[in-house]
Design a protein around this ligand. Sequence first.
Ligand code: URA
Length: 233
Amino acid sequence: MKLNRLIGKHRFLGRTQAQVAITQRRVRVDGVIVCDGQHRVDQFTTVTLDEELVQQAESALYLMLHKPVGYLSATRDAVHPTVMDLIDLDEKDSLHLAGRLDRATSGLVLLSNDGRWTESITSPQSSVRKVYLVETAEPMKESDVAAFAAGFYFHTEDITTLPCELEILEDHRARLTLQEGRYHQIKRMFHRVGNRVKSLHRERIGSLSLPPELAPGSWRRLTEDEVKSFGDG
Ligand code: URA
Protein backbone atom coordinates (compact mmCIF):
# COMPACT_ATOMS: atom_id res chain seq x y z
CA MET A 1 0.00 0.00 0.00
CA LYS A 2 1.14 3.57 -0.59
CA LEU A 3 2.14 5.69 2.41
CA ASN A 4 -0.40 8.47 1.68
CA ARG A 5 -3.22 5.88 1.68
CA LEU A 6 -2.19 4.42 5.04
CA ILE A 7 -1.85 7.87 6.63
CA GLY A 8 -5.14 8.96 5.01
CA LYS A 9 -6.99 6.11 6.73
CA HIS A 10 -5.55 7.11 10.10
CA ARG A 11 -8.11 9.13 12.07
CA PHE A 12 -10.04 9.61 8.77
CA LEU A 13 -7.48 12.22 7.68
CA GLY A 14 -8.11 11.68 3.96
CA ARG A 15 -5.50 11.40 1.22
CA THR A 16 -5.00 15.20 0.70
CA GLN A 17 -4.38 15.95 4.39
CA ALA A 18 -2.16 12.86 4.52
CA GLN A 19 -0.05 14.18 1.64
CA VAL A 20 0.28 17.57 3.42
CA ALA A 21 1.49 15.86 6.61
CA ILE A 22 3.98 13.78 4.61
CA THR A 23 5.34 16.85 2.78
CA GLN A 24 5.64 18.67 6.12
CA ARG A 25 8.04 15.90 7.21
CA ARG A 26 5.73 14.72 10.02
CA VAL A 27 5.70 11.07 8.96
CA ARG A 28 8.34 8.46 9.79
CA VAL A 29 8.68 5.01 8.28
CA ASP A 30 10.71 2.68 10.48
CA GLY A 31 12.01 5.77 12.29
CA VAL A 32 13.09 7.64 9.15
CA ILE A 33 11.26 10.74 7.79
CA VAL A 34 9.72 9.96 4.37
CA CYS A 35 8.44 12.83 2.18
CA ASP A 36 7.16 10.72 -0.73
CA GLY A 37 3.47 9.82 -0.46
CA GLN A 38 3.92 7.11 -3.09
CA HIS A 39 6.44 5.27 -0.86
CA ARG A 40 5.26 1.64 -0.47
CA VAL A 41 4.64 0.19 2.98
CA ASP A 42 3.36 -3.20 4.12
CA GLN A 43 2.41 -4.90 7.38
CA PHE A 44 6.09 -5.25 8.25
CA THR A 45 6.68 -1.46 8.44
CA THR A 46 6.22 0.79 11.49
CA VAL A 47 4.70 4.15 10.61
CA THR A 48 4.23 7.21 12.84
CA LEU A 49 2.58 10.61 12.33
CA ASP A 50 3.64 13.44 14.67
CA GLU A 51 5.31 10.74 16.84
CA GLU A 52 1.94 8.94 17.16
CA LEU A 53 1.83 5.29 16.10
CA VAL A 54 -0.14 4.75 12.89
CA GLN A 55 0.94 1.15 12.36
CA GLN A 56 3.13 -1.17 14.40
CA ALA A 57 5.16 -3.56 12.23
CA GLU A 58 4.15 -7.21 12.43
CA SER A 59 7.08 -9.57 12.69
CA ALA A 60 7.54 -11.64 9.57
CA LEU A 61 7.39 -15.41 10.09
CA TYR A 62 8.90 -17.96 7.73
CA LEU A 63 8.61 -21.64 8.65
CA MET A 64 9.28 -25.05 7.20
CA LEU A 65 7.27 -28.04 8.36
CA HIS A 66 7.53 -31.78 7.81
CA LYS A 67 3.94 -32.66 6.97
CA PRO A 68 3.00 -36.18 8.02
CA VAL A 69 0.56 -38.31 6.02
CA GLY A 70 -3.04 -37.74 7.21
CA TYR A 71 -2.81 -33.98 7.80
CA LEU A 72 -4.62 -31.48 5.60
CA SER A 73 -2.83 -28.53 4.01
CA ALA A 74 -5.45 -26.12 5.31
CA THR A 75 -5.82 -23.69 8.18
CA ARG A 76 -8.80 -25.48 9.74
CA ASP A 77 -11.07 -28.44 9.08
CA ALA A 78 -14.00 -29.97 10.94
CA VAL A 79 -12.93 -33.58 10.35
CA HIS A 80 -9.20 -33.96 9.74
CA PRO A 81 -6.21 -32.55 11.60
CA THR A 82 -4.47 -29.74 9.69
CA VAL A 83 -0.84 -28.66 9.48
CA MET A 84 -1.74 -25.69 11.72
CA ASP A 85 -2.46 -28.15 14.56
CA LEU A 86 1.26 -28.98 14.51
CA ILE A 87 2.41 -25.39 15.08
CA ASP A 88 2.54 -24.07 18.64
CA LEU A 89 3.08 -20.37 18.03
CA ASP A 90 0.85 -17.54 19.31
CA GLU A 91 1.04 -15.76 15.94
CA LYS A 92 0.16 -18.87 13.91
CA ASP A 93 -3.23 -17.47 12.80
CA SER A 94 -1.43 -15.05 10.49
CA LEU A 95 0.30 -17.88 8.61
CA HIS A 96 -0.63 -19.23 5.22
CA LEU A 97 0.78 -22.02 3.11
CA ALA A 98 3.13 -21.61 0.18
CA GLY A 99 1.57 -24.46 -1.79
CA ARG A 100 -0.47 -27.43 -0.62
CA LEU A 101 0.13 -31.13 -0.41
CA ASP A 102 -2.63 -33.75 -0.58
CA ARG A 103 -3.67 -35.35 2.72
CA ALA A 104 -1.90 -38.61 1.78
CA THR A 105 1.32 -36.79 0.77
CA SER A 106 4.14 -36.16 3.25
CA GLY A 107 7.11 -33.82 3.18
CA LEU A 108 8.23 -30.23 2.98
CA VAL A 109 5.68 -27.46 3.43
CA LEU A 110 6.54 -23.75 3.72
CA LEU A 111 4.43 -21.27 5.68
CA SER A 112 4.62 -17.51 6.16
CA ASN A 113 2.59 -14.41 6.95
CA ASP A 114 4.42 -12.59 4.12
CA GLY A 115 2.07 -12.81 1.15
CA ARG A 116 4.62 -11.50 -1.36
CA TRP A 117 7.07 -14.22 -0.35
CA THR A 118 4.56 -17.09 -0.59
CA GLU A 119 3.35 -15.69 -3.92
CA SER A 120 6.93 -15.71 -5.25
CA ILE A 121 6.97 -19.47 -4.61
CA THR A 122 3.47 -20.44 -5.73
CA SER A 123 2.53 -18.04 -8.53
CA PRO A 124 2.15 -19.64 -11.98
CA GLN A 125 4.97 -17.36 -13.20
CA SER A 126 7.40 -18.63 -10.57
CA SER A 127 9.72 -21.34 -11.75
CA VAL A 128 10.58 -22.69 -8.29
CA ARG A 129 11.20 -26.40 -8.71
CA LYS A 130 9.57 -28.93 -6.39
CA VAL A 131 11.11 -32.37 -6.01
CA TYR A 132 9.09 -35.44 -5.00
CA LEU A 133 9.78 -39.07 -4.27
CA VAL A 134 7.08 -41.21 -5.81
CA GLU A 135 6.19 -44.83 -5.26
CA THR A 136 3.85 -46.39 -7.81
CA ALA A 137 1.60 -49.45 -7.93
CA GLU A 138 2.94 -50.64 -11.31
CA PRO A 139 6.55 -50.65 -12.52
CA MET A 140 7.52 -47.48 -14.38
CA LYS A 141 8.46 -47.66 -18.07
CA GLU A 142 11.35 -45.95 -19.82
CA SER A 143 8.77 -44.29 -22.12
CA ASP A 144 7.29 -42.50 -19.06
CA VAL A 145 10.38 -40.27 -18.95
CA ALA A 146 9.62 -38.81 -22.40
CA ALA A 147 5.89 -38.56 -21.63
CA PHE A 148 6.53 -36.51 -18.48
CA ALA A 149 9.02 -34.32 -20.33
CA ALA A 150 6.53 -33.64 -23.13
CA GLY A 151 3.71 -32.67 -20.73
CA PHE A 152 0.07 -33.79 -20.48
CA TYR A 153 -2.96 -31.91 -21.70
CA PHE A 154 -5.62 -31.50 -18.96
CA HIS A 155 -8.87 -30.55 -20.63
CA THR A 156 -10.62 -29.45 -17.38
CA GLU A 157 -8.12 -26.58 -17.04
CA ASP A 158 -7.24 -26.40 -20.76
CA ILE A 159 -3.52 -26.49 -20.02
CA THR A 160 -0.54 -28.64 -20.92
CA THR A 161 1.70 -29.39 -17.96
CA LEU A 162 5.21 -27.93 -18.11
CA PRO A 163 8.03 -30.41 -18.74
CA CYS A 164 8.78 -32.59 -15.69
CA GLU A 165 11.94 -34.54 -15.05
CA LEU A 166 11.30 -38.16 -14.13
CA GLU A 167 14.29 -40.05 -12.78
CA ILE A 168 13.45 -43.74 -12.35
CA LEU A 169 15.30 -45.03 -9.29
CA GLU A 170 13.82 -48.52 -9.10
CA ASP A 171 10.91 -50.25 -10.84
CA HIS A 172 8.36 -48.63 -8.53
CA ARG A 173 10.32 -45.61 -7.24
CA ALA A 174 11.22 -42.36 -8.91
CA ARG A 175 12.28 -38.83 -8.23
CA LEU A 176 10.10 -36.28 -10.01
CA THR A 177 10.88 -32.58 -10.45
CA LEU A 178 8.20 -30.11 -11.48
CA GLN A 179 7.92 -26.35 -11.75
CA GLU A 180 4.21 -25.97 -11.08
CA GLY A 181 1.60 -27.32 -8.71
CA ARG A 182 -1.67 -28.15 -10.43
CA TYR A 183 -4.49 -29.88 -8.59
CA HIS A 184 -3.47 -33.54 -7.90
CA GLN A 185 -0.95 -33.04 -10.69
CA ILE A 186 1.35 -35.97 -9.99
CA LYS A 187 -1.48 -38.44 -9.44
CA ARG A 188 -3.17 -37.32 -12.64
CA MET A 189 0.05 -37.55 -14.67
CA PHE A 190 0.75 -41.10 -13.52
CA HIS A 191 -2.85 -42.01 -14.25
CA ARG A 192 -2.21 -40.89 -17.85
CA VAL A 193 0.59 -43.43 -18.25
CA GLY A 194 -1.60 -46.19 -16.79
CA ASN A 195 -0.04 -46.18 -13.35
CA ARG A 196 -1.15 -45.22 -9.82
CA VAL A 197 0.68 -43.28 -7.10
CA LYS A 198 0.97 -45.32 -3.91
CA SER A 199 2.94 -42.79 -1.90
CA LEU A 200 4.26 -39.30 -2.44
CA HIS A 201 6.80 -37.31 -0.45
CA ARG A 202 8.07 -33.78 -1.20
CA GLU A 203 11.76 -33.59 -0.41
CA ARG A 204 12.69 -30.18 -1.82
CA ILE A 205 11.33 -26.76 -2.83
CA GLY A 206 13.82 -24.61 -4.78
CA SER A 207 17.19 -25.02 -3.10
CA LEU A 208 15.62 -25.92 0.25
CA SER A 209 15.63 -29.61 1.18
CA LEU A 210 13.72 -31.16 4.05
CA PRO A 211 16.43 -31.65 6.69
CA PRO A 212 16.74 -35.32 7.77
CA GLU A 213 16.63 -34.28 11.45
CA LEU A 214 13.22 -32.60 11.05
CA ALA A 215 10.90 -35.45 12.10
CA PRO A 216 7.38 -35.80 10.65
CA GLY A 217 5.12 -33.31 12.45
CA SER A 218 7.99 -30.97 13.40
CA TRP A 219 8.69 -27.46 12.16
CA ARG A 220 11.37 -24.82 12.46
CA ARG A 221 11.92 -21.20 11.48
CA LEU A 222 13.81 -20.59 8.23
CA THR A 223 17.17 -18.86 8.43
CA GLU A 224 17.59 -15.47 6.74
CA ASP A 225 19.54 -17.07 3.88
CA GLU A 226 16.85 -19.71 3.38
CA VAL A 227 14.18 -16.97 3.17
CA LYS A 228 16.28 -15.00 0.69
CA SER A 229 16.88 -18.06 -1.48
CA PHE A 230 13.37 -17.47 -2.89
CA GLY A 231 13.70 -14.38 -5.11
CA ASP A 232 11.81 -11.62 -3.29
CA GLY A 233 12.37 -12.74 0.31
N1 URA B 1 0.72 -33.73 -6.84
C1 URA B 1 -0.20 -34.54 -6.26
O1 URA B 1 -0.89 -35.30 -6.93
N2 URA B 1 -0.30 -34.50 -4.91
C2 URA B 1 0.44 -33.68 -4.12
O2 URA B 1 0.28 -33.68 -2.90
C3 URA B 1 1.38 -32.85 -4.75
C4 URA B 1 1.50 -32.89 -6.12
